[in-house]
Design a protein around this ligand. Structure first.
Ligand code: ZN
Length: 264
């Protein structure tokens, strides 16, 4: 199953043509879209998308680049949304030590609190990790969560191996389509296949063939081809394996058809 494990489908960039883009992605074979939250204002939009699109699943979380704007009650609001039982993960959460001007202590406070929520609700996490893998790992060792994905992974081989040993999968997408992304391409080619999942992160991280434009959900099909080629295996084998890996992270609610629920 071809699964986009990370796509901001609720982004305003898609407001004009979201349905057409979803249709194009489905025609290209994409079977599931996992949409993480970025702030409490996004939760309603995401819940509506998931309730109206049979192949959309969602997560709730406060993104590290949004913590500065988060209010004191936002963790309570997040807790209430998670308590509804619809989300398949807590995310997008994590640490960003690349973008300047975002207080690292505040990021860490939100990251730790959300790891504890993932543990409490028994949910995997969708991690945003930028120049902060060791700081991310430090808290994952303290606060045990039911696995998850380090999305758009861009760390070292050793850091990758540590995350994998702790039961995490690593997300690969647009960045591996650039010849110049040597380290990412090397990781994508050589890490154990069981550790890899596909993602677009659309509308962000446009691939080499769409540089300067928005990234779109249908690109996932080409990402699968790129990754298969990097690894020297067939496209179908790659899609089957990464689909299984995504299902292993998110559980039955990712793969299960939701017809019965939509009819409720
Ligand atoms: Zn994201």
């Amino acid at each position: 199953m071809l699964i986009d494990t990370h796509i901001h489908l609720d982004a305003a960039e898609f407001d004009a043509d979201r349905d057409a883009l979803l249709a194009a992605a489905r025609a290209a074979g994409v079977a599931r879209f996992v949409v993480p939250g970025v702030d409490v204002a996004s939760f309603e939009r995401i819940a509506t998308l998931a309730a109206t699109q049979p192949d959309v699943r969602h997560a709730y979380g406060i993104h590290p680049l949004y913590v500065a704007a988060a209010g004191p009650d936002d963790l309570d609001v997040l807790t209430a949304w998670l308590a509804r039982g619809e989300a398949i993960a807590v995310g997008e959460i994590g640490l960003d030590h690349f973008v300047a001007g975002i207080d690292r202590d505040v990021q860490e406070r939100f990251y730790i609190a959300q790891l504890k929520l993932a543990r409490r609700f028994g949910l995997p996490v969708i991690l945003h990790v930028r120049r902060a893998v060791d700081a991310i790992l430090k808290q994952l060792r303290r606060i045990e969560v039911p696995g998850g994905i380090a999305h758009s992974f861009n760390g070292s081989r050793q850091q990758a191996d540590t995350l994998i040993a702790m039961g995490f999968r690593l997300g690969f997408g647009g960045a591996m389509t650039f010849d110049g992304s040597r380290r990412i391409r090397q990781l994508a080619a050589t890490l154990p296949l069981a550790a890899l999942v596909l993602e677009t992160d659309a509308p962000d991280i446009a691939p080499a063939w769409a540089q300067g434009r928005r990234n779109e959900p249908a690109n996932l099909a080409r990402f699968a081809e790129v990754l298969a080629e990097l690894r020297g295996i067939g496209r179908d084998e790659l899609i089957a394996a990464t689909g299984r890996n995504a299902c292993a992270v998110f559980g039955a609610r990712l793969a299960n058809s939701r017809h019965s629920r939509a009819a409720r």
